[in-house]
Design a protein around this ligand. Sequence first.
Ligand code: PEP
Length: 261
Amino acid sequence: MRRPVVAGNWKMHGSRSANGALLRELEQRLNPEWPVDVVVFPPFVYLADAARTLDGGQIRLGAQDVCAEATGAFTGQVSASMLKDVGCRYVIVGHSERRRLYHEDDVLVARKFAAVLHAGLTPVLCVGETLEERENHHTESVVARQLEAVTAMNGAASFASGIVAYEPVWAIGTGRTASPQQAQAVHAYLRSRIAAQDANIAGHLRILYGGSVKGGNAAEIFSMPDVDGGLVGGASLSADEFLKICEAAAQRETVSGTVRP
Ligand code: PEP
């Protein structure tokens, strides 16, 4: 059974007081019975504060990025072991904003994935095509290239401890989501690429959808058999919206009753 994940990427938003209020409200209102892993990804400078606020609670902590190097003269960078030290368990690698705005290529993303695993944390690998790539029917080749840069460097077995997030670039922050069928098709394709290397790991791999997920559309997207939860940007900054998404992910398991590998 693949337990769903709802991951809130706060991007460059928040403040000490706003974060504390949001996290306390989430912890209070999150139903401990919901079978869902909930993770928040505040900006680096707020991670230690957030770890203190969340200490002993149900919500896990993650970072939005990491340096591929372990230690040394890399001004401005933060290593995976430092993230672990302040209480992170998850790290996003290869978010489309990192790829597009900071020119991170597939090899660097694969190295970051390796660094996160090496520190004993869970990498969340983001893959996804631009609108132009989709319109030119390159979706599958783009996501396969992004995925297989990681397996080429780290092996398919590295996904035993990793998560994939399919985030079509045209759906991020635009209010335009992929249809459930579009998401399902890409998720099934990604799973099949891993299955070609290791069917057991593919069966257990959690593949999240990201791109304008809201309280109102989450249930429909999460009802797809290969969608194992969501990576949520804008809506993760609102307790009401984020909790609705968590509830939709939790209900997906109980309502569908599907025995997932
Ligand atoms: C994201 O930042 O990864 C994301 C999916 O953002 P949004 O939910 O706002 O589209």
